[in-house]
Write a protein that binds this ligand. Structure first.
Ligand SMILES: [Zn+2]
Length: 98
């Protein structure tokens, strides 16, 4: 019984790592898009987006979370929404998480 459980956990960890890797790839790809090279809040070209805000706001049936990139200045507004509405992640951390 014990062995079966630990095996299941290992498989789960593997899957989580794969999800993380995939997510990193997707984020890096998104950051290369011209419209993501600036902050989605203030549209400043001088301040590069350093943060990713995941807003829990259903836009349509297919979208549950809206992800936006924002600068060092604007991420604070998203953080103020609180963890129930918005998760703010540093892009640096997301790159390091693999
Ligand atoms: Zn901004």
């Amino acid at each position: 019984m014990k062995d079966e459980t630990s095996f299941a956990i290992k498989e789960d960890e593997k899957q989580q790592q794969m999800i993380k890797k995939d997510l990193k790839k997707r984020i890096l790809k998104l950051l290369k898009e011209p419209e993501n090279r600036r902050c989605s809040e203030c549209y400043s070209k001088k301040r590069k987006p350093k943060w990713m805000a995941l807003i829990k706001a259903p836009i349509d049936a297919n979208t549950e979370t809206l992800g936006v990139f924002c600068c060092n200045n604007c991420y604070l507004y998203h953080e103020q929404l609180g963890p129930d509405l918005c998760t703010v992640k540093s892009l640096k951390t997301s790159e390091e998480c693999t």
